[in-house]
Design a protein around this ligand. Structure first.
Ligand SMILES: NC(=O)c1ccc[n+]([C@@H]2O[C@H](COP(=O)([O-])OP(=O)(O)OC[C@H]3O[C@@H](n4cnc5c(N)ncnc54)[C@H](O)[C@@H]3O)[C@@H](O)[C@H]2O)c1
Ligand SMILES: O=C(O)C(=O)C[C@@H](O)[C@H](O)[C@H](O)COP(=O)(O)O
Ligand SMILES: [Zn+2]
Length: 358
């Protein structure tokens, strides 16, 4: 019997997240009724995508392999348009489906392609990165970047199911595994402090967590996300907590021309948000400092260029949580007590940046 953990995501279109090893044989069930399935993948995941394509084909579903540029280069409206051209040429109908095989960038793109094709067809992320498994593949936020910033065009379009196949992590570069831990740490601070205890119980020279620890971290983080998105798919309120650390993170990514990994930017953004919460009188100093200590111990960055502040502030103004000319930040009132800081002054924002300015 498979050793698979099933985590249910509720809401108007419920689905399951499966966590385990060697999961592709679950795809035919999720694709039941489809005559065709597009498989979007980036070149580093070609072999894994070919394996998925074979499973789909053996189930009697016609696969359409579509290779897209790797990482953030794939998250563009031009790439999405090329995918739609291929779906059109292959005659994709509303019962057909899209499968995204890759990290968060490819699954964000695949979900967006599916959300817009015929105004919404079924899609399934087969997540291959730690960050994708714990975050991007779950929750139905899909989208692409624009010239003005990160994820500025997109749709809420929940998947039919999510495969978090831990065997795929065997080839994930260590730097990307560590980057994914930033989102896991985020979940620890906003909702599940046992995650922080588990990470802190390990010494830095133990290196990245082994598979058993990784699996526990994945399952805990997915449960945090599933609870939130099951209650608030469209970010009417509660879901904003998942954006902890992201206001600055997305600005760093844009200023860097998307050459920084999302997880690295989130790491700096978490330290910034913690400091902001502390300076605003919401968060105690020890908990704020715990952010930089746990992230640095994992080998994640906690600082960014001091001279970038004007560009970062300008970019943060198009953050999706902003309302009119007011910036809004997720901060903590304590561990697992996220809340909103509405309209902080430019002086406070600048003062918090001193903590991360290198
Ligand atoms: N939709 C959401 O809710 C959500 C949540 C978090 C992050 N995101 C998005 O996810 C993206 C970041 O995801 P990411 O960290 O996975 O980055 P990524 O998708 O860019 O992948 C990072 C690198 O790892 C490679 N890779 C992935 N899996 C691999 C494997 N098994 N073996 C070898 N190489 C592998 C990729 O090809 C890429 O080069 C960002 O665009 C971010 O905005 C979305
Ligand atoms: O799922 C969410 O909601 C999140 O905010 C999770 C984030 O980790 C993720 O990076 C997300 O893509 C950011 O969303 P955005 O709405 O700020 O683009
Ligand atoms: Zn994120």
């Amino acid at each position: 019997m498979d050793d698979v953990t099933t985590i249910a995501v509720g809401g108007e279109r419920p689905y399951d997240v499966l966590v385990g090893r060697d999961l592709p044989h679950h795809l035919p069930r999720l694709l039941d009724g489809a005559a065709r399935a597009a498989v979007l993948y980036a070149p580093p995941l070609r072999a894994q995508a070919e394996a998925i394509t074979r499973v789909i084909s053996e189930a009697g579903i016609a696969p359409l392999a579509i290779d897209v540029p790797d990482a953030e280069a794939g998250k563009s409206i031009d790439v999405a348009a090329r995918c739609w051209d291929q779906l059109g040429a292959a005659g994709f109908t509303r019962t057909d489906a899209v499968v995204g095989v890759g990290g968060g960038a490819v699954t964000d793109l695949a979900g967006f392609v599916a959300a817009c094709w015929l105004r919404g067809v079924r899609w399934i992320p087969v997540s291959t990165s730690l960050l994708g498994m714990v975050d991007a593949a779950v929750g139905g936020k899909t989208g692409v970047n624009t010239a003005a910033g990160k994820n500025l065009v997109g749709a809420f379009h929940p998947p039919a199911g999510v495969l978090c196949d831990l065997s795929l992590l065997d080839t994930l570069p260590r730097v990307d595994l560590v980057a994914g831990l930033a989102e896991v740490v985020k979940c620890g601070f906003i909702a599940d402090p046992a995650i922080l205890d588990l990470i802190e119980s390990r010494t830095p020279d133990e290196g990245p967590p082994d598979e058993a620890v990784t699996r526990e971290l994945v399952e805990r983080a997915v449960r945090v996300k599933a609870d939130v998105v099951g209650a608030d798919l469209r970010e009417g309120g509660l879901r904003e907590v998942l954006n902890y650390g992201h206001t600055l993170a997305h600005a760093i990514e844009k200023v860097e021309g998307y050459s920084w990994r999302h997880g690295h930017a989130v790491s700096v953004g978490l330290v910034y948000a913690a400091t902001l919460g502390h300076l605003a009188g919401r968060l105690d100093e020890a908990t704020a400092k715990r952010h930089s200590s746990v992230l640095a111990a994992l080998g994640l960055p906690t600082a960014y260029r001091a001279d970038a502040w004007p560009d970062l502030l300008a970019t943060m103004r198009v953050d999706k949580k902003a309302r009119g000319s007011k910036l809004r930040f997720v901060v903590l009132d304590g561990i697992a007590r996220p809340s909103i800081l509405d309209g902080p002054s430019d002086e406070l924002l600048r003062a918090a940046y001193e903590e991360v300015a290198a």
